[in-house]
Structure formats: C-alpha cells, structure tokens
Design a protein around this ligand. Structure first.
Ligand code: TMP
Length: 242
C-alpha cells in the first residue's frame, strides 16, 4: 500500500500531504466527539456525508465569491485542498439561541436573534476552546484587525447565503462554526475559508417540526444521526454513490 505522509490528525479529519506543493488531502473520518472529546463514538458513514455536504457548500460559496481552500473532490471521503496556516479562532455565527449561548447567558432556547450574532473562540482543546473578545485577538496577535474585518464580512455573507440555501429545502440554519486560514498566492496574502461546513459544524432544524438534523443528535443521545445527515444531503440534492 502506498503510505501517505500524515500532516495532522484531528478528531474528525486527517490531513495528508497533497499531490502538489502547498496542497493537502483532507480525509473525513467516522469519529464523532462532543464536549471537547469527553464523549466519543464511531458512526459508520458519517465521514462520507460530511465530505459530500461540505464539498457541495464550499463549491456554492466559491461561486458567490468566497475564496475557500477547496480544490477538488478526490473520492467519497477525500478532497484536495490548499494548505493554509489556520487562524487559531473558531468563528461562530448564530441566528437562533441554543447550545452554549443559552447555557452561558440563561437565554431561552430557540430565541430568534434580532440579527446574526458573531462570536470568537480560541482554538485550544486543552482550554476547551474558550470564548474570546476582539481585544484578546488583537493583544495576542491571533489575527490582525484588517483580517478580522474581512473575515467578519465573509461570515455574514456566508450566513446570508446559507440561510437561503437551507430555507429553500425546509431547514432553519440555527448556528454554525467557520475556520479561516492564510495562504500566499504569487506573493500575495489571501484569507481562505477552511476546515468544513457540515452537520458536525452547524445546527440544522426542520422548519416545520424543528427536528434536529445535525450533531446534536449525538451530543444529546437522540439517535438516528446518519439518517439525519442523509436527509440533509438528500434535501440539498447531493447524490452519494455507494
Ligand atoms: P455551541 O453552541 O456549542 O457553542 O456551538 C455553536 C456552533 O458551533 C454549533 O453549530 C456547533 C459548532 N461547533 C463546532 O463546530 N465545533 C465545536 O467545537 C463547537 C463547540 C461548536
């Protein structure tokens, strides 16, 4: 077997060296974790759905002018991506209050927010990805003020686009997490949308029943996770060859 060079292994994905310089292969695993790895399991087929759903969304975002790390699909679990220097922040966009927002501030679950709420977490598993303010980001040089302005704009643009895309298939986009990275293209620095956008990193509720169609099925032991991910894929018109 042709052993590939592993660059990094995370909880849900593995990065291998790509075929060309400055590229990588992003492999989607079947591992599911929650609460910073306290809860873990393997859910057969999850990686395939996340790969295909993420690919579908990244291609659409690219078409509306969002620069992303996605280059091309390789197979059911892998995509070729630009290797970026990840900005150590998670950008969380919320349209409806749930999850950690309701726990932290005592807000009633399901409260519709007057406008999208953007939060920043410092990517650090040991610290449990703590919420940080713009001032922390500046003080500790995690991103420049110009980078942050650009990314904030992109987050809102992505939210607008995805809200419509999911509304059209009967799904409420409750909240989601984005990651961005830096890359040098012909000596020019660019910011690219990185990581993934999938039911692992978003909350999706059915418009009518409010049934959860995302990783909350695992976090809250609701069962039928694969069926929910498959439903998201089918509603988006994604076909998965098996
Ligand atoms: P939260 O309510 O737990 O803070 O999650 C907000 C959103 O971010 C939700 O859609 C799930 C997503 N998320 C991740 O993708 N990775 C994470 O590590 C966490 C904590 C949340």
């Amino acid at each position: 077997m042709n052993e590939r060079e592993k660059i990094y292994e995370g909880k849900a994905k593995i990065l291998y060296k790509g075929t060309e310089k400055s590229t990588a292969i992003q492999y989607f695993k079947d591992h599911a974790t929650a609460f910073n790895n306290l809860k873990k399991s393997t859910i057969e087929g999850k990686g395939i759905f996340n790969n295909k759903i993420s690919e579908h969304i990244f291609i659409k975002l690219n078409q509306i002018g969002i620069k992303t790390h996605f280059i091309k699909s390789l197979n059911e679990r892998e995509q070729l991506i630009h290797m970026v220097e990840i900005i150590p922040l998670e950008f969380i966009v919320r349209n409806i209050a749930t999850g950690s927002l309701t726990k932290r501030l005592g807000i009633i679950d399901g409260t519709v927010l007057s406008k999208p709420l953007l939060e920043y977490s410092y990517k650090n598993d040991e610290l449990g990805d703590p919420l940080v303010a713009r001032e922390h980001i500046a003080e500790f040089n995690w991103a420049s003020s110009a980078e942050l302005d650009l990314i904030n704009n992109q987050c809102l643009k992505i939210n607008n686009f995805m809200q419509t895309m999911f509304k059209n298939v009967g799904i409420k986009l409750v909240d989601f997490k984005l990651e961005f990275g830096r890359i040098n293209i012909d000596g020019k620095k660019e910011i690219l949308l990185a990581d993934e956008i999938s039911p692992d990193t978003c909350r999706f509720w059915d418009v009518v029943s409010e049934k959860k169609l995302d990783k909350d099925r695992f976090r809250k032991d609701l069962g039928n996770l694969i069926q929910a991910y498959q439903e998201v894929a089918e509603r988006l018109g994604i076909t998965i060859e098996k």
